[in-house]
Ligand binder design. Sequence first.
Ligand SMILES: *Cc1c(COP(=O)(O)O)cnc(C)c1O
Length: 434
Amino acid sequence: MKYYSTNQKAPMADLHKAVVKGLAEDRGLYMPERIEQLPKEFFQHIQDMSFQDIAYNVASAFFGEDVDLDALQEIVYDTLPFDCPVVKITDNIYTLELFYGPTLAFKDVGARFMARLLQYFIREEGQEQVNVLVATSGDTGSAVANGFLGVEGIHVYVLYPKGKVSPIQECQFTTLGQNITAIEVDGVFDDCQALVKAAFMDQELNEHMRLTSANSINVARFLPQAFYYFHAYAQMKRQGLADQLVMCVPSGNFGNICAALFGHRMGLPVKRFIAANNANDIFYHYLQTGKYEPKASVQTLANAMDVGDPSNFARIYDLYQGSHEAITSIISGATYNDEQIAETMRHCYAATGYTLDPHGACGYRALSEGLAEGETGVFCETAHPAKFKEKVDSILGIDIEIPERLAAFMKGEKQSIAMSKDFSDFKQYLMRQS
Ligand SMILES: *Cc1c(COP(=O)(O)O)cnc(C)c1O
């Protein structure tokens, strides 16, 4: 399978190149040249299949030409040693809980899959170590660090802003050791990102070591998220509830919902999708007006969705050939401010006993307000509410229990390298690493 760039000005790439490089030369995002329809029999039997087997079928359609099938199966099985159940909340609203990976958030699946696929390609070419640089304001760093943990041939450097990351998040990437190095930058998130960008541009450094990124625009990170939607459909079908299904995805960079739309293109029988946003309403605005106008992001309670220029918009636009009509016929939007998010969390907790996290709250509310007669809605709970313990506790007036897995991180010893925000210091440090 070949991959083209959404900017149409770079040469086609094979999967290997698309995964190792991430972004095309023209700064566009890679798109597969074909999206295979899955066979009818697959959908006839999907309700009897395991999450792993469903995922393997989906993965084969994307990656089966370029990855040995036994290896691909092993990668998929290794990525999904857990289930993601659909849980009933009200008569017509269900949630797909995507928080059973190592850091209790949905990005774990894409991060692990990408780590294993990158490792497959490195082994295939018999090449030396690859170094992944990732800047984080919290969640991405922990998913990437845990996804790549112990994966031979790859070293990960996580750069994060000193004092700007919550203690629960920080311990998820500073206590790991092995092939994960946490770098605490004396600056803000933008300084971390600037250091990573400068490193990719520095010729001497790139001659010294092989560098790559692991951000969400990578095809190996976003496509595996399609697995979730087939698995949700299977569970709803098993209960006879899949006829008029509406799937609702709390969205920031739009990678997760973009994967869902790829699933739809492969034949997944979902009636329509809703992209639920916090106060960062750029996509919502596009749906209303047909104009895409990126803005600076604003800080909200659902901070993993604080994105003012969602990267995967380019993929959605390309998937529907830029047709506003085609896009609005399959996706609608919703946007909620912090007050509405908190109110929704309180209302849902009081009425149903379910603890929403601030991101999932946007999804729940969009379905409560947006379902038509006869439709059944499934929204993603993108992270475990305990990941946002301070906020959830104060909004709901509870003391939410921290799951064992999160608590285990907090017992580990924090190890990190202190770094200034000067590129020359960072470069010197990397030049001393092999
Ligand atoms: C990353 C993230 C999102 C947004 O997902 P996108 O793929 O960027 O749209 C939503 N919720 C949580 C908890 C996240 O970490």
